[in-house]
Design a protein around this ligand. Sequence first.
Ligand code: GTP
Ligand code: MN
Ligand code: MN
Ligand code: MN
Ligand code: MN
Ligand code: MN
Length: 193
Amino acid sequence: MAEQITREDALTREGFRHACHIMLYGDCSAKLFGKIPIKHIVLMQMRFDGLLGFPGGLVNPSKETLEAGLSRELHEEVGVAVPVGVDNHVSSCLSPSCPRLITHFYIKKMTESELKELERAAVTTATDHGLEVLGMVRVPLYFLKNGGGLPYFLSHSFISNSRAQLLSALQRCRLLSQGDLEKAVRQAEQMRR
Ligand code: GTP
Ligand code: MN
Ligand code: MN
Ligand code: MN
Ligand code: MN
Ligand code: MN
């Protein structure tokens, strides 16, 4: 696990760049194949480099607050400047993959219709669509036969520590039981062998 620091401590450190990313999620009433409850919409994105990650990006705290910078990045990448506040902040840590980078992570719950509107805007109005962002993706939270669903999703490649951010956010927001989370991680591990 990457080294965690507080948001306040992060902002006092000199010579660091800052990146803010967010998990936008909400409840969902739909059923896959008419029978498997989707339960929740959790949004990630396929990045230009072929890795999965959360929407967001580099923020310059001398020019904008972390949260205003994150809203700006959301406007570029998802087409909607989703308002983000300090109350949406969940963690800040020294990036395990990039020296002198602090990554801040946020979580925000939205309604199903807001999330669907955002998915449309990500294709129609986001300036980064087809460039830095290849598309928004929903995280499957269910289990199908032979590792289908969350285990296969977790077996893909993720930018930096975004996979760990996803797992801790699913736990924090109780979108999955602890047992199901452990099962998904275990099954994903077996696929990577
Ligand atoms: P440019 O507009 O091209 O500068 O990109 P950006 O501002 O959108 O930056 P990006 O989203 O690529 O994030 C900057 C850096 O943060 C990346 O190089 C990664 O090291 C890291 N990063 C990107 N996505 C995530 C994420 O979802 N979680 C975490 N922890 N780090 C990420
Ligand atoms: Mn079909
Ligand atoms: Mn960006
Ligand atoms: Mn980005
Ligand atoms: Mn940027
Ligand atoms: Mn950019």
